[in-house]
Design a protein around this ligand. Structure first.
Ligand code: NAP
Length: 244
């Protein structure tokens, strides 16, 4: 489980552990991972910056050290630096892609042989509703999440014959440390739009061991890409100005 030190990753690790999974926890903040590992009992903390060149091989070595079958990989770690393209430029796109896209691809490459060896197994990639529709000041993040969703679809078909299922989770607004959504939560008019990490955790289980290909959280967000195609003008107007 990458990004296990907070938010969706920590909630998912807790849920999987309750369901009897032994979870390997990956993120940069070692103290957080150690705390969660002792709370869960038999989880293993593997502190790593996923943008480091050697991180995927270190994580693979940790899995192999445990002598366990790798039956599920959740690529959940991610970050957003909100900025218009004019302000953030390529540098913002580069650093966002590095964490949200490249890190997931590199870790999957390192672990795919182990996942194939323990098939039936699964990979869950945490994309976003932002991986289906672009909003202002969100271009770098949208690029990374569109990319992750498209790549997941392709490798999902490729890996079918090898017994490795690939699912994608697309959360809308979820209140977490990295994505607090304070403005949305402050108003009764918009509070309903914001969901919980625990709900995404259930979606991750559904998209992994549960075998679903694509899960939106909350469910009505499934309408967003449909509305974008049917009513592009309306979608553009309602997202205009980056108010959300
Ligand atoms: N919350 C939302 O509204 C929302 C909506 C759609 C999609 N998502 C996606 O859901 C995923 C989880 O986000 P969250 O909401 O739970 O946010 P969060 O609480 O900020 O968690 C992000 C996690 O990613 C880890 N991480 C970030 N950079 C890393 C790096 N370089 N190496 C290793 N770990 C790294 C962080 O741990 P460390 O800081 O300890 O490294 C943290 O555990 C992300 O992919 C995010 O894009 C969130």
């Amino acid at each position: 489980m990458t990004g296990a030190s907070s938010g969706i990753g920590a909630a998912s690790a807790r849920l999987l552990s309750r369901d009897g999974w032994r979870v390997l926890l990956v993120a940069r903040r070692a103290d957080r991972l150690d705390g969660l590992a002792s709370e869960l009992g038999d989880a293993v903390a593997v502190p790593a910056d996923l943008t480091d060149a050697e991180a995927p091989q270190r994580i693979r070595a940790a899995v192999e050290r445990e002598g366990a079958r790798l039956e599920l990989l959740v690529n959940n770690a991610g970050a957003e630096w909100r900025s218009s393209f004019a302000d953030g430029g390529y540098e913002n796109v580069r650093r966002t892609m590095q964490v949200n896209f490249d890190a997931a691809v590199r870790l999957t490459e390192a672990l795919l042989p182990l996942l194939r060896a323990s098939a039936p197994s699964s990979i869950v990639n945490v994309s976003s509703v932002a991986g289906r529709v672009g909003r202002p000041k969100n271009g770098a993040y949208a690029a990374s999440k569109f990319g992750l969703a498209g790549w997941s679809e392709s490798i999902g078909v490729e890996e079918q014959a090898n017994g490795v299922h690939v699912g994608v989770v697309l959360p809308g607004f979820i209140a977490t440390e990295g994505f607090p959504h304070k403005r949305l939560r402050a108003s009764a008019r918009t509070r309903w739009l914001v969901s919980t990490p625990e709900k995404v955790a259930r979606a991750i289980v559904a998209a992994g061991p549960g075998g679903r290909r694509e899960v939106y959280v909350s469910r009505p967000y499934v309408l967003v890409p449909k509305l974008r195609h049917l009513f592009p003008g309306l979608t553009r107007r309602s997202l205009g100005g980056g108010r959300l």
